[in-house]
Design a protein around this ligand. Structure first.
Ligand SMILES: [Zn+2]
Ligand SMILES: [Zn+2]
Length: 597
């Protein structure tokens, strides 16, 4: 008997070993095997008949039985293929650490049930609704969050209905392993985890829940290199059962699915919504971050003893007209052009076309075009000047870490006014704020990414959900008619998605096409360039749209953006697997399918 073993290596291929007569092994089992002069942990992906005269034998088993069933292995294989990445690394990222001394339950093979349409839960009551559904569900439940902090909160939130085991790295290796086993053995039925739990065995009939499906944090760098949304959609199709997607602002991809009848939208009950207004910052914002409208609303909140949260954005590298707010965009790709201070030029991050920086605004003829923005510290100072008696704190969990963040959090918890970035919203429960103010949301629309509007919309909606129905929302924007702002202020999601889907369809972006970023790196600039050329040629021959390669500053890393249809992964994998021509074009090729940044 021969065993095909995959290791946590970038290589996609399996290694073959002889199975010694004294070892009982099965596919999905973790084993130890000699590789490159050392004994390494690997995973058996298949057993085949054959003699083992010319291959090395397995060294030992790592666990007494299979940790993955045939169905789970098939799902992992699909994830690897869809993300053009290593099957071995994908499996390694999706398994709990091995604990050979613990008793172990067999990986259960689940019967496939009828697939149900994924359900989008939008309303403000969506979290309570998830808990009710978990409570009522007769089988197992897997709740997946974008990060460890949210996993801890969900485990605590669900504990009211019964114990929920944790599969994320916020608990010890032993606890993770025991959680996995208690699910495999059917002793526990509710689990909470992050993306590393995507393959976790869940008692039948299973219900999957993906929290905040729209969040890009569901696809951080590293294996498994696929958005968790795509994995749970696939898993629900293979295994049957329900899939709940609670999110106030679903991804454009999911909204489109619902539009085309492939997902069910639970329309939210009409809920009270705070009054919002747009304050025009033209001519003012360069000197002073607060318009009279936002200053007045802040004053009101303080006078009523309510808390205010002012959101700032991190600085972007795009230009905008100070007079009319127009942003130079790529005529082909529709995304904001990135501005380089070094060579005073604009370039498109997607198609790589370069343009000299204009002297005047093409929309209004204005002469003040510059990159600008207000960081949290400058807004904080301006608030101190204006409201000297208020307790004002800055909270920036997106850019601060460790002890400094802890101090910030403590101060922010007792502050009247919190100035912060996206992550600061976590401080506030729903409908708790007297005021949410957006200092420079226009920066969000100017990010050089086709998802800029979707991200801005999601952030603004999340902020407004945290404002009391009798509170205020002030958006300082030069684009009061932008469909994302209109949709948020009028509590009309459909308004946003209608426009956004039209934009995506016209310019060929997801969900209508798939994108992929291919990076090549080499030790020398000529090799990197030659490899990028060769890759581009082969990808074009595969029938894909390939934008010109762009080098990093030293020319050692080149990036190509590739656009195609649903079969993009298969075409890209085939194209980059071909042997390098010319032979000097040697280096490392990395593929990032469906990039989120
Ligand atoms: Zn202008
Ligand atoms: Zn372009």
């Amino acid at each position: 008997m021969l065993a095909e073993v995959m290791f946590d290596l970038p290589l996609g291929q399996a290694f073959t070993y002889a199975v010694p007569a004294h070892l009982a092994v099965a596919p999905g089992q973790r084993v130890l095997a000699p590789l490159g002069g050392a004994v390494r942990a690997g995973l058996i992906v298949a057993l085949v008949e054959g003699g083992g005269e010319r291959v090395k034998p397995l060294a030992d088993t790592l666990e007494p039985r299979s940790i993955l069933s045939g169905g789970q292995l098939a799902l992992a294989r699909w994830i690897a293929a869809e993300s053009c990445s290593s099957f071995g690394s994908t499996c390694a990222a999706l398994l709990p650490p091995a604990l050979p001394t613990e008793p172990m339950a067999a990986a259960p093979e689940r019967p496939a049930g009828p697939a149900e349409l994924p359900e989008l839960l939008l309303g403000a009551d969506r979290l309570a609704r998830v808990r009710r559904e978990v409570d009522r569900h007769p089988g197992g439940v897997l709740v997946l969050t974008a990060d460890v902090g949210a996993a801890a909160e969900w485990a605590a939130f669900l504990a009211a209905a019964g114990p929920a085991v944790r599969l994320d790295s916020g608990v010890s290796d032993r606890e993770r392993w025991r959680a996995w086993n208690s699910l495999a053995g059917g002793e526990r039925r509710v689990a909470v985890g992050t993306r590393s739990a995507l393959l976790a065995p869940i008692p039948h009939p299973a219900m999957l829940v993906l929290i905040d499906e729209h969040d890009a944090a569901h696809k951080p760098p590293g294996a498994p290199r696929l958005h968790s949304r795509d994995v749970v959609l696939r898993r629900a199709t293979l295994e049957g059962g329900r899939l709940l997607l609670p999110s106030a602002t679903p991804s454009v991809e999911m909204w489109w699915r619902a539009d085309s009848g492939r997902a069910r939208l639970h329309p939210p009950d009409p809920a009270p919504w705070p009054t919002g207004s747009v304050a025009d910052p033209r001519g003012l914002l360069r000197r002073e971050p607060l318009t009279p409208g936002l200053a007045r609303a802040t004053q009101d909140a303080l006078a009523q003893g309510r808390r205010a949260c002012l959101l700032v954005s991190r600085l972007t590298s795009t230009l905008a007209c100070d007079d009319c707010g127009a942003v130079p965009r790529c005529p082909e790709c529709g995304i904001a052009l990135a501005f380089s201070r070094v060579d005073k030029a604009l370039s498109c991050r997607q198609c790589a076309r370069r343009h000299p920086a204009p002297d005047t605004c093409s929309a209004c003829g204005g002469r003040r075009l510059s990159p600008f923005g207000w960081g949290a510290d400058r807004v904080e100072h301006a608030l101190h000047r204006r409201f000297p008696r208020a307790r004002i704190a800055r909270y920036d969990p997106d850019a601060t870490r460790g002890a400094r963040l802890e101090t910030q959090r403590r101060l922010a918890a007792g502050a009247d006014i919190v100035v912060g970035t996206r992550g600061a919203l976590r401080l506030f429960p729903p409908a708790s704020l007297g005021l949410a103010g957006f200092v420079t949301p226009d920066q969000l629309f100017r990010v050089a990414d086709f998802r800029a509007s979707e991200r801005a919309f999601a952030l603004m909606w999340a902020a407004v959900e945290r404002v009391r129905p009798d509170g205020q929302v002030v958006i300082q924007s030069q684009h009061p008619d932008h469909y994302a702002i209109r949709a948020v202020l009028s509590q009309d999601r459909g308004e946003f998605y209608k426009h956004e889907l039209r934009f995506r369809a016209e310019l060929g972006y997801p969900p209508f096409r798939r994108l992929c970023r291919v990076s090549v790196r080499a030790r020398q600039e000529p090799s990197a360039r030659a490899l990028a050329d060769a890759c581009g040629r082969r990808l074009r021959e595969a029938g894909l749209t390939v934008y010109p390669a762009t080098p990093d500053r030293r020319g050692l890393v080149w990036r190509l953006v590739v656009k195609g249809q649903a079969d993009l992964p298969a075409r890209v994998a085939q194209a980059v697997a071909a042997p390098p021509t010319p032979p000097r074009a040697r280096g490392i090729i990395e593929v990032e399918m469906d990039p989120v940044d």
